[in-house]
Design a protein around this ligand. Structure first.
Ligand SMILES: Nc1ncnc2c1ncn2[C@@H]1O[C@H](COP(=O)(O)OP(=O)(O)O)[C@@H](O)[C@H]1O
Ligand SMILES: [Mg+2]
Length: 327
């Protein structure tokens, strides 16, 4: 440290380090394909030649129709399935099995029914930190139970909890192991609208404050616009592809209930809807018509960028950024 300071002082010609660190690539999906061999229909290619990079701290959503292979991609990232071609690199290492570095939140909550809320979270914490005392494990688990708003329910068992509460336990458990990556497969799809909104807020707040890297599958376009920095558009299967990546042009501090008033919101929404309604099926025609496209480096589009750059109309106040500090 002292040596570094002395060296820096002795070499004034060295340019100062950039104020902003270059983005650090955490996940690299490199040319993966998944195929199934079936008795009557022969080999089916679910998807192929998928390439995608995710940086540290990025929140990435994947959207695409049922059956295009979203869950399969997530399972491959989790190490629960293997690609037939290509590799996934996480933090410089090829994924070759499950790891506590990559927590998965499933559509169903997958809690251990015989354990309490505290027991479920503590079980994962203890698996992650084998040298910790029981007291330290419990204290750490309690902190994350509090973070997802479940204080007071620590002693309840899953059967005594609502769907929303169970999903909160799943989220607390995933966060408590402090994974490098959180993988979420439609985590809010089974919840009522009110609970879904609240949990989206919680997850967004926690991920922003902890710089968590997230890959999440969703069917819900507004959920993707609210949560994601980047939205990955998958075409319909079989033979699904990543058609393009939409960069979210809305300010990073955004309010779920006010988001539709932000300049650029409708441009993004319309772009996503157009993709789901028609382009996800006709993307092959776009390519046949000569559209320039490379699987390895798909287009990154920014719908609404011009709207976002424009000043808000006279008389309307800019939105207050949402308070992000933990409650
Ligand atoms: N074990 C399997 N054998 C054959 N086909 C499978 C198997 N698992 C998944 N598939 C097929 O792979 C495709 C993608 O599935 P999935 O990843 O669950 O899609 P999504 O999550 O996008 O709805 C589906 O068409 C499904 O039928
Ligand atoms: Mg799925």
């Amino acid at each position: 440290m002292v040596g570094n300071i002395l060296r820096a002082a002795a070499a004034p010609s060295v340019p100062p380090a950039p104020a902003i660190e270059p983005a650090q690539r955490l996940i690299s999906i490199e040319g993966i394909a998944r195929r199934y061999r079936q008795k009557h229909t022969g080999e089916v290619t679910v998807f192929e030649d998928l390439w995608l990079g995710i940086d540290q701290g990025e929140f990435v959503c994947i959207i695409g129709h049922s059956g295009c292979g979203k869950t399969t991609v997530l399972n491959i990232l989790a190490g629960l399935d293997r690609p037939d071609e290509g590799v996934v690199i996480v933090d410089g290492r090829e994924v070759d099995g499950p790891s506590l570095d990559r927590a998965v939140i499933f559509q169903g909550h997958a809690l251990l029914p015989w354990l309490t809320v505290l027991g479920n979270v503590a079980y994962a914490v203890a698996a992650r930190n084998r040298s910790w005392s029981k007291a330290k494990v419990r204290e750490h688990a309690r902190r994350f139970i509090e973070l997802v708003g479940l204080s007071g329910a620590e002693r309840k068992r899953p059967a005594e909890l609502s769907g929303g509460m169970k999903q909160r336990v799943g989220i607390a458990r995933a966060l408590a192991i402090e994974p490098k990556t959180m993988l979420m497969d439609e985590p809010f799809s089974a919840l009522d609208a009110l609970t879904r909104g609240t949990l989206q807020d919680e997850v967004r707040r926690i991920c922003l404050t902890t710089d968590q890297t997230v890959m999440m599958i969703t069917h819900d376009v507004d959920e993707a616009i609210y949560l994601a920095d980047k939205i990955v558009l998958m075409t319909n299967g079989p033979g699904a592809r990543i058609a393009e990546v939409v960069r979210n042009t809305l300010p990073r501090e955004r309010d779920r209930n006010q988001m539709h008033r932000l300049p650029g919101y409708y441009a993004i929404r319309n772009h996503l809807m157009d993709f789901l309604v028609s382009r996800s099926a006709t993307f092959g025609d776009e390519l046949a018509a000569g559209r320039a496209w490379s699987a390895r480096s798909v287009p990154v589009v920014e719908p609404g960028r011009e709207d976002a750059a424009r000043q808000p109309p006279r008389g309307r106040q800019p939105l207050e950024p949402k308070q992000l500090a933990p409650r």
